[in-house]
Each structure stands twice: as C-alpha cells, then as structure tokens.
Design a protein around this ligand. Structure first.
Ligand SMILES: [Cu+2]
Length: 482
C-alpha cells in the first residue's frame, strides 16, 4: 500500500514537468506547446432555460460553462474561484492528466472553499470530445459543467462545421435542489419513480429501471425543448456532432429525424465508422457523429425509461421543421440504439493483445441499507481502501453488475479498452477488441470487462457516473507510483 505523502510527491513532479515543457501564448514560437488560460468562477446565478427561470450554480454564470477548446499537446491553465456556499472542484473528464490536477476531493486535492482559488495546470495529451464538471457532492446535477474540446490538427475527418450538444436532466431550482433530492432518496431508501414508466420499451438495453430521479426538464445546451437553441446551416452541410451526456441519473438515446449518423468517435477515441439511426449514451459518455443536413431538423435526446425529451433545432434556409417531434421520439424508442461499447477501435488506438497482469473484480450492488450503492460490499472511503496496482502492467477490471439498475462506470486518468460486454458480445465476438472508452454502460445483471495499461501513476477513482450513486458510495480507487 502506498501512502498519501508519496502520491503528493508524484503529482508535484508531474506538474513541474508540465510547466517546464510549456510556455505562454505570447511566445508560441519558442515552445513545443502553447498554453490557454481560462478562468472558472463557480458561483450562484439565475439562468433562463428557455421560459423556465431557475436559480442554480454554474462556472462563469453560463449554462453550460463556456466551451474550452485547445489543441492536442497544449497546456491548459484554469483558475477556479469559488463564490458558492459549498466547496467545489473541477474534474477534467476523460483526460489522461497528471493526478494532482484530476479534481477529486479527498483523493487528489482538497476541495476549494468559498472565497478561495485553485489553478489547474496540465497538458492535454489526446484529442477528442471531453468535458469538465465539479466532482463535489451532488454538484454535477446543478449547472457546474461545460464542454472541453481537444483538436488534432492532423486528424483526417471531413466535415464543414461542428455542433457541440450537451444533454442534461434538470431539476435544480425547480422547487428543489440536488441535495434535497439525495436527502429524499436516503430517507425513503426507495425510488420516487415507479418501474416501467411510459418511456420504457422492449428495445432498452438498460433493462426496466430508467433511474432514481424523476426530472421535470431535459435540456440541450441549457435549453428546454419548448424554446430550444436554434443553429443555422446551409443545405448540404456536413456537421460533426459532439454529443456529451452531462446528465446525473439519465441515459439518453440521441437521434436526428430522417438522418443516418456516421459514428466516428466515442469518449474522444476513434472507432471504425458505422452508420446509426440512434445512439444510447450513459451519463459521462460521448459520441462524435457526422450528419448531412438538407432541411431544418431537430437533434433529439430521448431519456431512457423516462418521459419527455431534449431538443436542439438545426435550421436551413430559415424554414420551420416539418418533423412531428412526438412521433419521432416514439419511433426512436422502438428501435434498438447503437451502444458505443460494441464499436471497433481504429488500429492506431487498439491496445496490443496481451494477458492481463492483474484482474480486479468490481461487484456492483444496491440499493442496500436504505440508499447506499457499494462496490464489493464496501462504500467509497477516500483516502482509505485503495486498490494497489503496479506500473507498466495490463490491468483488467470486471464490472459485475449484481443490481437491477444500469451503471455507467468511469475510470479517471486512463482510456480503457472494452474487451467483453456480456449480451452485447453477441454483436461483436468476445475475442475482438471493442472501443476505447473512459465510461462504459454496465446493464443490470451483466458483466463488462475493460483493460488498460498502468501508464499514468497516481490515485485514480473509478465510479458510477450516476451522481446519486457516487454520493451513495459507488466508487473505488486504484493507486500506483512509477
Ligand atoms: Cu450507478
């Protein structure tokens, strides 16, 4: 077992190396990498979701937070300030960064109290669609999130424009808030939602339980479907959708009427392209897909196992859309969606096949003892109970879901390869490598196996990306030094 002090040393060395390798934007010619400076002011704000006014917490008074975009290999410096009544952090979801910049309270840093600041400073090694969000308490179910897009100047993907689509389930400021939601779940130990709601269909790969929370709204880029964001395009434009599920308790099926999506990436990593009519995304997952827009059409996200939908409108020639959205949502629910875990990685990101040096079983269960969600019978207890691994080894994690609810499981600091996904293996043979991902859907009563190489020392949390399950203990962490 490695002590806390050693980990702080590891982190400090990594950060110092990052500083030495980078310089500021003012003198880019002198450096291997340029840097981008942003400020993230966490605070309370009044936000208009499109006729629905809510008081919530955001970074920079904006929902989602202003997009951060930089190039692969560049350095990001983000100064977080806190004007909120709770401590806060920023986690950079999916980025293989130095451990002490990972934003996990009690594991990689002390959360930042009201009136204090913390500067995140790290190099982004990999291109793709990522995002950032608070990792404290139930704050992800407020408005503390935003897109993080890393471009690869050498990427060979053709499109004319891109559209970042951040999907979320919304309850904060609607007469309750996420802390009260969690308190109610703990009090009742039961879910307020009856199983088998109208959103449940026989095509659901996630079973009959859509989640623990009933949300009044679903939003895309902070707007409800009755007054959605509108983006103008010319007929025939090829649009790269970068879809991010920033929800806390909701998986979404994403689809565009009359349109086949060419799926090219998931969780920032390229896949062998496939065409899909709809893609299911668990909380924390992302998908990049290219579509051609020939007429005004909505982008739709249908919450799995729940009623309603989220929407964004793509407009061509200022024309209204002819699509009946309710009919389209119903049709999307009838057809099996693409699960990104079944995709094949491109050869350049496929892990070399080798036997694992270590296998870690993570048995997921709950709710037990009221409202707790343990892993291997243990509730997350940082910085205790870390799982030791060794550097430069192949590690396999088997996520064994013994519960009746789906869990999108996320590993920080690494992008694993899905190697087996139970029922879904029928679609892609078990011995064929599947997508590189940092978050994977683990359906009820199924086992999903992932593998990765221990090439980024530190203390890395692995957790369910359901905000309430994480707060109720569904996490563990790996630890290693180099
Ligand atoms: Cu979960």
């Amino acid at each position: 077992m490695i002590g806390r002090r050693q980990f702080l040393v590891v982190g400090a060395v990594g950060a110092a190396a990052g500083v030495a390798a980078a310089c500021t934007k003012a003198q880019p010619q002198a450096a291997k990498s340029t840097s981008t400076d942003v400020s993230l002011a966490a605070g309370e704000t009044d936000t208009d979701l499109g006729g629905v006014k809510v008081h919530t917490w955001t970074y920079g008074n904006q929902l989602p937070a202003r997009e951060i975009r930089l190039k692969k290999g560049e350095r990001l410096r983000a100064e977080l300030t806190n004007a909120m009544p709770q401590d806060v952090t920023v986690h950079w979801h999916g980025i293989a960064l130095v451990n002490d910049m990972d934003g996990v309270p009690d594991l990689t840093q002390a959360a930042v109290p009201n009136g204090q600041k913390f500067t995140y400073d790290f190099v982004v090694p990999d291109a793709g669609t990522y995002w950032f969000h608070s990792h404290v308490g139930t704050q992800l179910d407020r408005g503390l999130y935003g897109p993080l897009i890393i471009e690869d100047p050498n990427e060979k993907v053709e499109y004319d424009d891109e559209l970042v689509v951040v999907v979320d389930d919304w309850i904060d400021g609607t007469g309750t808030n996420p802390d009260q939601v969690l308190e109610n779940l703990r009090k009742t130990g039961m879910k307020p939602m009856s199983p088998g709601g109208p959103g449940v269909t026989s095509t659901s790969p996630l079973g009959e339980d859509g989640g623990d929370v009933t949300y009044p709204y679903y939003v895309i880029n902070g707007r409800v479907p009755t007054d959605p964001q509108v983006v103008d395009y010319r007929a025939g434009q090829r649009i790269r959708l970068r879809v991010i599920n920033a929800g806390s308790d909701t998986a979404f099926r994403v689809a565009v009427p009359k349109t086949s999506m060419k799926v090219i990436q998931t969780d920032g990593y390229p896949v062998v392209p496939v065409q899909a009519n709809s893609v299911i995304l668990g909380m924390g997952e992302r998908v990049d897909a290219i579509i051609t827009v020939n007429e005004s059409l909505p982008v739709i996200a249908a919450p799995e196992g729940k009623q309603g939908h989220a929407q964004l409108n793509m407009r061509v020639n200022n024309a209204p859309s002819a699509v009946n959205v309710d009919d389209f949502v119903a049709s999307v629910r009838k057809e099996a969606p693409l699960d990104t875990a079944t995709l094949s990685p491109t050869p350049d990101v496929t892990l070399e096949a080798k036997a694992p040096d270590q296998v870690i079983d993570a048995r997921l269960s709950g709710p037990v003892n009221g409202y707790t969600w343990p892993v291997n019978g243990i509730l997350y207890n940082p910085p205790n109970d870390g799982v030791p691994v060794k550097p430069n080894q192949r590690v396999r994690i088997r996520f064994i879901n013994e519960s009746m609810m789906f869990h999108p499981f996320h590993l920080h600091g690494h992008t694993f390869q899905v190697t087996a996904a139970d029922a879904r293996s029928r679609e892609a043979p078990a011995n064929v490598a599947k997508a590189r991902k940092d978050t994977v859907l683990v359906p009820p009563k199924q086992t999903v196996e992932v593998e990765f190489d221990t090439n980024n020392p530190g203390r890395w949390i692995s957790h369910c990306h359901n905000t309430y399950h994480l707060e109720a203990g569904m996490a563990f962490f790996l630890e290693y030094s180099d």
